[in-house]
Design a protein around this ligand. Sequence first.
Ligand code: FES
Length: 161
Amino acid sequence: MSSIKVKLKEKDVQQIKDICKSFGNNPGELINVLHKVQGVFGYLPAEVQEIVAQEIHVSVAKVYGVVTFYSFFTMIPKGKYPVSVCTGTACYVRGAEKVLEEFKKELGIKVGESTPDGKFSLTCLRCVGACGLAPVVMVGNKTYGRVSPDGVKDILKEFDA
Ligand code: FES
């Protein structure tokens, strides 16, 4: 997983410290703290992880280990248009894997990454509750059904402007 350098503002640092404090700076609350922090910042860059580690007295390696282990944590900011491919059973059976491969190819990124221009990011989702339309792809809050690998280019084109 690649990361980017960020410069945290004073108030961001304070906010992270406050979140840690709200969990009693308790090392046992690491996952909950990270959850809350990601909810605020949208992602968990190394600089943020370092502050969490320091505040709740765990090693940076431990925080990093947790962040990279759980797929719901991300070290990369979401793109302007986050692309989510449903890989739930119904979508999987109907070829979601191939659709995902096509997005990776077209965007030149892996799952969990953003394009260098910050426009698109790519994630997988569990069933989004639209199995009748499988395979399903979401871009931002727009939902696309019965997506085929051939249709991927056209979907991305909609966001070209
Ligand atoms: S499995 Fe994709 S919408 Fe249900």
